[in-house]
Design a protein around this ligand. Structure first.
Ligand code: CA
Length: 350
């Protein structure tokens, strides 16, 4: 083996490249002080609190099917939902080996940061009517949405990319995700009971390349008839943090409130930048005892009124959920019961 020279340090191509980039980089870093070190591996969940236990993860290596636990070391139960509000449950349920069902497609995107190459492509055709979601599926702990599977605090991580250089958003926005909690699953809640993560609209149907986000709390008729909506905007920065055409990392942390007390918390980071932080929320009205109990992907366009004038696609990848069982105090200073398998959490009670 020949000696490594300074010339080799300056060159990042040539014989070293022919021997493989990884080897060349390793050699260069070892012997060349002027060569920049490679980036440290990115922490996959930088804002995940200590003590949170993973209970669901979906890498989109296949279409969701009804009540089929994820294979290959992933976690949780992911399932197709009915077509009444988008989705194609029969198609997804029988999708063995197929990569597309209705308006949901498993597509390859090697640039997906977390679990390439398979990602979910959510397709909005031209003429798509407001108030519907092209796809509809959900996921949660295999322990279910009852007290044993509910959480007092959750952390959510996912990757999202708007395909193309821009996106036609509805006037009120696009409901990317729904998180349920606070009220029990038996509540006939409006829009998923009750947190909705929005790609915020601008008051009219418009095509744009940058977007702010917004959180909506839906309080169903059991709380305030017929229902109430509380819109919570970005309060940590006013910058639009979602840009079309590039992958973004959404991270969310939510902490349930004491029933009837405005001490619930919600934080949303995008690419590590805090977009919003609220520490005075009510998820549980007085006498309500539920924790968080479901995630739903039903990316509804709007809002009501209007149709899409053009096709669009939103890519989603690697949804990850961790949390604290409802029975455990939502304090990082208290011991947390861990399950090293990561697939189940200790049953809680309320
Ligand atoms: Ca993936």
């Amino acid at each position: 083996m020949r000696k490594i020279s300074t010339r080799d340090c300056r060159a990042s191509s040539g014989p070293w490249r022919r021997q493989g980039r990884a080897f060349a980089l390793a050699v260069a870093v070892a012997v060349c002080p002027q060569v920049a070190y490679p980036q440290q591996p990115v922490r996959p969940h930088p804002h995940e609190p200590e003590g949170f236990t993973r209970f669901a993860e979906y890498d989109f290596s296949r279409l969701p099917r009804a009540a089929q636990p994820m294979p290959d070391g992933k976690a949780g139960r992911w399932y197709a939902l009915g077509a009444d509000r988008g989705g194609d449950r029969p198609g997804q349920d029988s999708a063995r080996g197929r990569r597309r069902s209705g308006l949901l497609e498993i597509r390859q995107d090697p640039s997906a940061p977390a679990s390439p190459p398979d990602v979910a492509a959510i397709l909005y055709p031209r003429g798509f009517e407001a108030g519907r979601g092209p796809v509809n599926f959900g996921g949660w702990d295999v322990a279910g949405d009852g007290p044993g599977g509910q959480k007092s605090a959750i952390y959510l991580s996912l990757w999202i990319k708007i395909g193309g250089p821009d996106y036609e958003n509805h006037a009120v926005g696009t409901k990317i995700l729904f998180l349920a909690g606070g009220l029990p699953p038996s509540t006939r809640g409006q829009s998923g009971n009750q947190l909705v993560l929005f790609l915020k609209g601008t008051g009219r149907i418009a095509t744009a390349s940058e977007f702010r986000v917004e959180l909506h709390q839906f309080f169903p008729k059991e709380v305030g008839a017929p229902f109430q909506v509380k819109a919570l905007g970005q309060n940590a920065t006013q910058r639009p943090l979602v840009r079309a055409g590039v992958w973004h990392h959404f991270e969310v942390r939510a902490d349930i409130n004491d029933p009837g007390v405005a001490d619930g918390q919600f934080r949303w980071w995008i690419d590590g930048v805090l977009a919003m932080q609220y520490t005075n929320l009510i998820f549980r009205p007085r006498r309500a005892q539920a924790g968080f109990w479901n995630l739903k992907v039903n990316p509804t366009w709007g809002g009501t009124g209007g149709r899409k004038s053009r096709p669009d696609v939103i890519l989603i990848d690697d949804i990850y959920l961790s949390g604290i069982p409802l029975a455990a105090p939502p304090s990082e200073t208290n011991p947390i019961r861990r399950d090293r398998s990561g697939d189940r959490v200790s049953p809680g009670h309320n």
